[in-house]
Design a protein around this ligand. Structure first.
Ligand SMILES: [Zn+2]
Length: 79
């Protein structure tokens, strides 16, 4: 079974070059060792997690604002 690695930059297929013991992207030519590739992916994963957190915060902040807005609107209508 051939393990296919994906390029963290362009998601292209990475080919293992035994001579240099590194993975080379067929699309953009990015060359990384296995360890570098792993840490690269880990970094991207961490970034995605923090992005998700930020997104959730923005979403909940927006919801709070909408709640406040609809509430104040209904209060305005009452008076
Ligand atoms: Zn690439």
């Amino acid at each position: 079974m051939v393990k296919i690695a994906r390029c963290p930059e362009c998601a292209g297929v990475m080919k293992y070059i035994p001579d240099t013991k590194s993975m080379v992207c067929k699309s953009c030519g990015l060359s990384l060792t296995r360890g570098e590739l792993d840490s690269y992916w880990k970094k991207i994963k961490d970034q995605n997690v923090s992005d998700d957190d930020d997104f959730q915060r923005k979403k909940s902040r927006r919801k709070e604002w909408l709640d406040w807005y609809s509430k104040s609107k209904s209060e305005k209508e009452r008076y």
